[in-house]
Design a binder for this molecule. Structure first.
Ligand code: SF4
Length: 763
């Protein structure tokens, strides 16, 4: 789909376009928009907000981007990542032909033909499976891919490869939210469209750096504030939105459930619960009420490192609102108690009747582009498409009938991504087909991960850049960017939208779904993968989700275009979609939500004499996930070229460090050296290091691989470390880059509001 360039005549420019990094004429020059051949409506390839944009195409190349004013979420805005996303499409680092190590692990990756690599993969997978069993091959997939590709990977694993070990990188990202949603509400989706923020009297953001991770959502917060909405923010760092919050709670990392229990305690004491809602629409209240009796503000204040009055004030502000929203993200979820934390947030919203109305709800902000759809499409270890369960007899029977296979040939649940690593070390898994994932940056305890991946008999990676993980592969398959294919994505709202193809893949790169279908044919299962387009795949996935919780049956490509996206569930073609969940019923058979009493349990690793500090990790606005794309975009790289160690000035004084000194941070698992950024916007007992970097710059050399028991997500947000001035800078240190990094950091932290409100309610 493309639009006539005539509608853009009002935007035509006469001047030559200059590259805004260098001031030189653009390397992909065009004199004005007159020379643009097509404007292709699509969406940003990065975060779960999925802002609408046009890709500008000239002479068969993507040469620029324009925000779409007609898309109802971003209304013509893009953040720094979105406005430069097009620069990855023609990037010189793109992989344009298959690569293979022909003479063992130590030999170099050499150019190969598609026939050679695909035949090799099929032959070796079959040989390994003959010798060690079907499950010796694993599939490790991603959630930045379209729904069609995510769906295809689950089917490929179970039907073409026949393994039970299939999982995806959303395990590291969205899985705590899934666990909490499923336990408390029965449906794994945000309860509200983002526009509901404009109807809220109070918004409580806990563990979500909205300004940097979901930048365009910030505009909804400001609009809500303009209408009088109160804002509460809980985070160990004074994030951009925290600077102007009515109440900022700089809690200790890993104490979220204590804070939420404490707020519920106050809300009960002050008579702010919604008794009718609790009686009519929930179960399990009495047990939760009894449990939170043990969380008076004074106790919670000691656990969280806050003042009791701040907890009371926040509880009153939230509890007195007529309509209140809670938003969480990885800060609350990247913990060994991540599911429990999400459940305590849902408890608070349920107790106050904050569901099913405009401006009332609870939701998690998805970090990956398709963090929502990717967790519904059946690529997860225990899941079939539509959030069906792979071990549920009815679900197995239905999906087997759609796929045309015998139900007994459908594998049962396998290892989640985080448990595949130890299985590789045990040689229970000896081969892996990986797509759209970079665990050599994203998994904790990097040295162990590297040993596991290097030890595989066959490691295949499909990507469009040679990521840190692809560097270790035996075979690398060049895939495609979002601009070179079409397909659907489900945004953080639960709105299904569509990418449209702008250009052809470069060189010999192939569309990911074509690679997977071709490999399925070579594995002798071609009859189950007779797809000729993403639309074919979408129509099959619609059928697979029919009648399921995430029901896409009533969604078509045409309807997505006509409505600017369709919210699931959408059970039939006449149905408009469901922007707001839980207006009548929750997702359990009796229609009622579940309270769960949650006892606060401290993080798995607490500071001690040897490692006396807390390390937390997270994103910065300039980078996306493992940085495999954004670290190649000049503007983004210039702002945040490598990691830094963010610390409070009191901590810096204690360590004898000044801004810009190089600091070595050590944990029980590894160490990292980076420049210190000294600020007043972080707890004095906590260090922060961004996680977008690889090799010796990876903070995941330090993080704790301990897993949440239900969903197996690692505890990225809390581990114990020590810090000292570095004896010497690492090889990659560069004075110019360090200066740029520190200047950008200071600009972010030296705003007047940052100084005025630094740590107002610390104990
Ligand atoms: Fe892209 Fe997210 Fe930025 Fe929107 S907010 S432009 S989707 S990265």
């Amino acid at each position: 789909m493309s639009v006539d360039k005539g509608i853009f005549r009002r935007r035509q420019r006469q001047a030559e376009v200059f590259d805004y990094h260098t001031g030189e004429p653009s390397p992909t020059p065009w004199k004005s928009d007159e020379q643009i051949d097509r404007y292709v409506p699509t969406h940003c390839c990065y975060c779960g907000v999925q802002c609408g944009m046009y890709l500008k195409v000239a002479r068969g190349k993507v040469v620029g981007v324009e925000p779409r004013a007609d898309f109802p979420l971003n209304h013509g805005m893009l953040c720094p990542k979105g406005s430069t996303a097009y620069q990855t499409v023609n990037h010189p680092d793109r992989l344009t032909h298959p690569l293979m190590r022909r003479h063992g692990k130590e030999s170099p990756l050499e150019r190969a033909s598609w026939d050679e690599v695909l035949d090799t993969i099929a032959t070796r997978f079959r040989a390994l499976q003959d010798q060690y069993g079907k499950d010796t091959v694993s599939i490790y997939s991603g959630s930045s891919m379209s729904n069609e590709k995510c769906y295809l990977m689950g089917k490929f694993a179970r039907v073409a490869v026949g393994t039970r070990h299939t999982d995806y990188n959303g395990r590291l990202c969205m899985s705590s939210a899934t666990g909490a949603n499923e336990r408390s509400l029965g449906i794994d989706r945000a309860a509200n469209p983002i526009s509901d923020m404009l109807h809220a009297d109070c918004i409580f953001v806990i563990g979500a750096n909205v300004g940097e991770c979901f930048p365009i959502v910030t505009s909804y917060l400001w609009q809500a504030r303009d209408k009088g909405c109160k804002l509460i923010v809980a985070d160990p760092r004074q994030t951009p939105i925290a600077r102007t919050a009515d109440i900022f709670l700089p809690l200790r990392s890993g104490t979220d459930s204590a804070l939420l229990n404490g707020m519920l305690h106050v809300i009960i004491k002050e008579g702010l619960i919604d008794e009718d809602f609790i009686r009519e629409r929930t179960t399990g209240w009495e047990e939760t009420k009894a449990l939170v009796e043990q969380y008076p503000p004074e106790r919670v204040a000691r656990v969280c490192g806050l003042k009791p009055e701040a907890i009371i004030e926040a509880a009153r502000m939230y509890g007195r609102a007529k309509a209140a929203l809670i938003y969480t993200a990885r800060g609350l979820e990247h913990q060994s108690k991540g599911v429990d934390n999400g459940v305590t947030a849902a408890n608070l919203a349920l107790a106050t009747g904050n569901f099913g109305r405009p401006g009332a709800g609870y939701g998690t902000l998805t970090g990956q582009g398709n963090g929502q759809g990717g967790r519904e499409m059946g690529q997860k270890a225990s899941q079939l498409p539509g959030c069906r369960e792979v071990d549920n007899p009815e679900d197995r029977a239905y999906i087997s009938s759609v796929w045309g296979i015998d139900e007994k040939d459908l594998p049962h649940s396998g290892y989640p991504a985080t448990l595949m690593i130890p299985a590789m070390l045990r040689q229970e898994i000896r081969a892996c087909f990986m797509i759209c994932s970079n665990p050599m940056v994203s998994l904790p305890d990097q040295h162990t991960v590297e040993r596991a991946l290097r030890g595989l008999d066959l490691f295949v990676v499909t990507d469009f850049f040679l990521s840190e993980t692809a560097e270790l592969a035996d075979i690398v398959l060049p895939g495609t960017t979002w601009a070179e294919d079409e397909g659907t994505i489900t945004s953080l709202e639960g709105r299904v939208i569509k990418y449209n193809k702008a250009v052809e893949p470069p060189g010999e790169a192939r569309r990911d779904w074509e690679i997977v279908c071709d490999l399925a044919r070579r594995l002798g299962k071609g009859q189950y993968f007779d797809f000729h387009s993403p639309r074919d795949i979408f129509n099959e996935l619609r059928l697979c989700t029919r009648g399921a919780k995430s029901d896409y049956w009533g969604i078509t490509y045409e309807k997505i275009d006509a409505q600017n996206g369709v919210f699931w569930p959408c059970p039939d073609l006449d149905h408009p979609g469901t922007p707001r969940l839980y207006e009548q019923r929750f997702g359990f058979p009796d229609g009622k939500a579940r309270f769960h009493p949650i006892t606060y349990v401290p993080p798995a690793e607490e500071p001690d004499e040897e490692y006396p500090l807390v390390l937390t990790t997270g994103r910065v606005i300039y980078h996306y996930l493992s940085g495999n794309q954004t670290r190649r975009v000049p503007f983004l790289k210039a702002q945040a070229p490598y990691p830094w160690v963010e610390m409070h000035e009191q901590m810096a004084q204690r360590l004898g460090v000044i801004d810009g000194d190089w600091v070595t941070v050590r944990s029980r698992r590894g160490e990292l050296t980076a420049p210190a950024l000294v600020v007043r916007s972080i707890r004095p007992d906590t260090l922060f290091i961004p996680y977008h970097y690889g090799h010796t710059q990876a903070v995941n050399q330090l993080t704790n691989p301990v897993l949440e028991p239900m969903m197996k997500i690692p505890e990225y947000k809390v581990c114990a470390v020590s810090a000292t001035r570095a004896a010497q800078k690492p090889d990659w240190a560069n004075d110019e880059d360090t200066q740029a990094l520190l200047e950008a950091g200071r600009k972010r932290h030296e705003l007047p509001s940052a100084q005025a409100r630094a740590n107002p309610v610390l104990r």
